[in-house]
Design a protein around this ligand. Structure first.
Ligand code: AMP
Length: 371
């Protein structure tokens, strides 16, 4: 099958790497002007002139990034099958729509309010009770376009700094850790869910994902699964969906979701029976879903900004290096390393050893190893 992918970054690259063995080919549609996929055919279209050309070369379309106009996805859906649905894209692009949907589906969220002026931000902060997190309602990612308000008096400054006409204002959640759950739904409605991953961020960027997350009770795991099923069924979803959650004393609280393969699912390449990338391809091409069971325990370490000593890391027998063929730049995702092990103790020292060859990586701390 000829698969068209909207976006042409590392997620597209890994989708193609998983899709070629199943005899698929790939055409990427890039509106950024700087594709980094490095595989398949790439159509760079900053002016929107080549969409029909792109569509004439593919059998169906999916996305690897969600910050593209929904109108493009809708135009495409008139001509070719698009997975997931444009509605999924629309909901994921808009924090208000996303949190409203969560509420309708009985999925716990932080208490929230919308602000459309500095004064309404101040009011929201007062009513919710500080601290609160203010986020641009659209276009935010990796913690960008956000501010924490420790008192309502900080509203004017936060409003000016974020500089966005509409803000999602959330009560600050007192969480013990951040986790995510990734699932895949086939065209026939079949759903498969990966074990929950524990995610460690630094300056808003994901640095480590440990999977399966340790000490997840059966109740919590069942709750997370229920959330995913509810969202995917409601959106008539086909493909991989990622849901980011806060783990709190009162259970899981949903933060946001992504209508695509996700950085916190990269561990599945070597850490699960079937990777998230292969399962996305299987789903959108109408094939049976693959087994989502974990193989031992694993941890993904992101390579950010600088590559570090990759040769030394390649010498370690328990690492799997994935490079995105991108130039070094502060804060840029250049690749990741999957570290695999039989049990957590072994995994923790392996991750720390691997990280010692990566410059600027924060020390590995997780719910099992705090210091
Ligand atoms: P987001 O862009 O919504 O994923 O937010 C980026 C990061 O900010 C999250 O990974 C959390 O670490 C933190 N954060 C976001 N919302 C909240 C919240 N309501 N309470 C506490 N921390 C939050």
């Amino acid at each position: 099958m000829r698969i068209g992918v909207l976006g042409a970054g590392q997620l597209g690259r890994m989708l193609a790497l998983a899709g070629y063995p199943l005899a698929n080919t790939f055409v990427f549609y890039d509106i950024s002007g700087s594709p980094s996929v490095g595989l398949g055919e790439v159509i760079v279209d900053r002016g929107g002139e080549y969409l029909n050309d792109f569509l004439s070369r593919v059998d169906r379309v999916t996305y690897e990034f969600e910050h593209l106009p929904v109108s493009i996805a809708e135009r495409i859906a008139d001509v070719k099958p698009v997975h997931p649905t444009p509605r999924s894209l629309q909901v994921c692009q808009n924090r208000e729509a996303e949190k409203t949907l969560f509420g309708e589906l009985g999925i716990a969220t932080p208490k929230w309010k919308i602000a459309d002026s500095a004064e309404s931000l101040r009011q929201a902060a007062e009513e919710l009770g500080c601290p609160v997190v203010a986020k641009s309602n659209t276009e935010g990612y990796d913690g960008k376009g956000q501010a924490i308000l420790r008192s309502p008096e900080e509203a004017l400054e936060a409003w000016t700094v974020i500089n966005h006409p509409r803000l999602m204002v959330e009560k600050f959640v007192d969480f013990s850790r951040e986790v995510s759950i990734i699932g895949v739904r086939g065209a026939d409605g079949d759903v498969a869910v990966y074990p929950i991953a524990e995610n460690i961020h630094h300056n808003g960027i994901l640095r480590y994902s440990l999977a399966p997350a340790p000490s997840v009770s059966k109740t919590v795991a069942a709750e997370a699964k229920r959330y995913l099923h509810a969202i995917m069924n409601e959106l008539d979803y086909v493909g991989v969906l990622a849901l980011e959650l806060f783990d709190t004393a009162d259970g899981l609280v949903a933060n946001e979701m992504a209508p695509r393969v996700h950085n916190s699912g990269h561990w599945t390449i070597e850490g699960a029976q079937t990777s998230q990338f292969e399962n996305h391809i299987r789903a959108i091409t109408g094939q049976p879903l693959g087994d989502t069971t974990a193989r031992g325990v694993s941890c993904m370490v992101n390579i950010i900004g600088e590559h570090g000593d990759i040769s030394r890391i390649l010498e370690l027998p328990y690492t799997h290096v994935h490079l995105y063929d991108k130039a070094e730049r502060p804060g840029r995702k250049l690749g990741h390393i999957n570290v695999t092990a039989e049990h957590y103790d072994e995994l923790i020292w392996r991750v720390r050893n691997c990280a010692s060859f990566l410059p600027g990586v924060p020390e590995f701390r997780c719910s099992l190893a705090k210091g």
